[in-house]
Design a protein around this ligand. Structure first.
Ligand code: ASP
Ligand code: MG
Length: 464
């Protein structure tokens, strides 16, 4: 009997009708004799909405908080209406949802009164997004005749440290999840679990970081050693490039955990980066599938790397380059280390680094929003004759990803040729030490053109 953990987030839980459709998918698997755990995210946009409401509460804006709660109520009431047909069920689910909204309303009012949001309160507030949506999802399954049970992340056994905002599961989580969910599955019941939220051993609510429902799914999948973890989305899988930028982008049939991690590092919002770890540790395949189109295979992510040279491209916009030069050759190494260390200390994100072999200059690409603080810190940390700094804004970084490029010559040349053929100048290039990626920087306005050229040069536009 095949077993699955399935996560529904984003467009799959946008409103009542998408919740119903998602629940139908679960029902179809159950009817085919599969064991399923469903993990559900907040209705799309709700988490962002809660964060905004908290900011207003911090500024004492009680009026805003009030209208936010009213909107939340209306949206979830509509969702209940659309997700369930049976009147009695709908009524009792709505009563449960409404009680939660009342609790949440009180929390926000108190926060607006105190004008203070601590990380602990933030996580408590964020937990309502998933608590509301998951109840409705559960109701929709029951409405369709599926035996199901609603559980919060902590009910399901996910116990974390108290690193609010990005909590990590404790070791006992895995046996707890087995203890809590195993018996339900034995009885043919579908556990319907809130994604993203968990609690400390003392029962204080925590969250697993943005996009954390993926993490919930892989933690549960690893604990139960299921056959597959399915992340349902509104696209046919992980794509060779962002289809909005490269219309001929194609779904990638197979990827390795490492490749996906690399993509996530370069800003592609494919999966919560932490979510790969539990799955890869237990070697459980993750599949990204389209909930509009469930018969399509999607992307299968496993530990196995294939020989394809290049799998996917991703682009980070709004970057800048700092060029540090004129460092005397002998002190250069030290200065470079000092520079990178400084950037890490001030929390500037380094996207890529490249160093000329003379070691007398170094280029660093970073998000433009980090540029100002970086320049300021460099100015105060280095003596004037120690280092000469130039910078350039309006940069974008393109990362070319694929495990097959490891030890394969000519990949960089192919990239350069493709980009040069478009008459585009490459500002900087670097290969990650993992050899899973080559990244390069071009002017912002050349980005899309370069992206398309490389996409074509590696034949990513051809269906495989
Ligand atoms: N609702 C949370 C978020 O938006 C978790 C998730 O969607 O996976 O970050
Ligand atoms: Mg969300």
């Amino acid at each position: 009997m095949a077993s699955y953990v399935m996560k529904f987030g984003g467009s799959c839980v946008k409103d009542g009708s998408s919740v119903r459709r998602s629940a139908e998918i679960v029902r179809d698997y159950v009817e085919r004799g599969c064991r399923v755990v469903a993990v559900v995210s907040a209705l799309s946009g709700v988490t962002d909405g809660i964060l905004e409401a908290l900011e207003s509460a911090e500024r004492g804006r009680e009026d805003y908080v009030h209208s936010f709660i009213e909107n939340l109520r209306a949206r979830h009431e509509n969702a209940c209406m659309e997700a369930m047909g049976k009147k009695d069920l709908r009524k009792s689910v709505w009563e449960m949802v409404e009680r939660e909204i009342e609790e949440f309303g009180k929390l926000l009012s108190i926060t607006a009164y105190l004008r203070e949001v601590t990380p602990r309160i933030r996580d408590y507030a964020l937990s309502f997004g998933e608590r509301l949506s998951t109840r409705i999802f559960w109701g929709s399954l029951v409405d369709q005749g599926v035996k199901a049970e609603y559980l919060t992340g902590w009910d399901a056994g996910i116990i974390t440290n108290d690193d609010f905002g990005s909590a990590k599961p404790l070791g006992i989580t895995y046996q707890e999840v087995r203890r809590k969910l195993g018996p339900l599955l034995e009885k043919g019941i579908v556990p319907v679990v809130t994604g993203f939220i968990a609690s400390t051993p003392d029962g204080v609510i925590t969250t697993l970081g943005r996009g954390g429902s993926d993490y919930t799914a892989t933690i549960i999948g690893a604990a139960l050693k299921v056959d597959e973890i399915i992340l349902w989305k509104d696209v046919d899988g992980i794509m060779t490039a962002d289809p909005k930028l490269v219309p001929e982008a194609k779904p990638i049939p197979r990827m390795s955990y490492d490749e996906v991690l690399e993509l996530a590092y370069f800003g592609a919002k494919v999966i919560h980066p932490g979510a790969l770890e539990p799955a890869s540790k237990e070697n459980i395949p993750i599949r990204v599938k389209n909930f509009y189109n469930p018969s399509i295979e999607g992307t299968l992510i496993t530990g196995m790397a294939e020989s394809d040279t290049v799998k996917a491209l991703t682009m980070i916009r709004d970057a800048a380059i700092i060029l540090a030069s004129g460092i005397g050759a002998s002190e250069a190494m030290n200065a470079n280390v000092k520079l990178l260390d400084l950037l890490a200390r001030i929390g500037a994100q380094v996207i890529m680094v490249s160093q000329a072999s003379s070691q007398a200059n170094i280029s660093i690409a970073l998000p433009r929003e980090d540029l100002k603080k970086a320049l300021k810190a460099i100015k105060s940390e280095f003596a004037q004759d120690e280092i000469k700094i130039d910078y350039e804004e309006g940069i974008c970084v393109i990362a070319v990803i694929g495990s097959g490029m490891r030890g394969k010559p000519g990949v960089a040349a192919k990239i350069f040729n493709a980009v040069a053929a478009e008459g585009i100048n490459i500002k900087m290039i670097a290969q990650g030490s993992s050899e899973l990626n080559i990244s390069f920087a071009v002017k912002e306005e050349d980005g899309v053109k370069a992206l398309r050229a490389v996409h074509k040069a590696f034949g990513l536009n051809v269906t495989r």
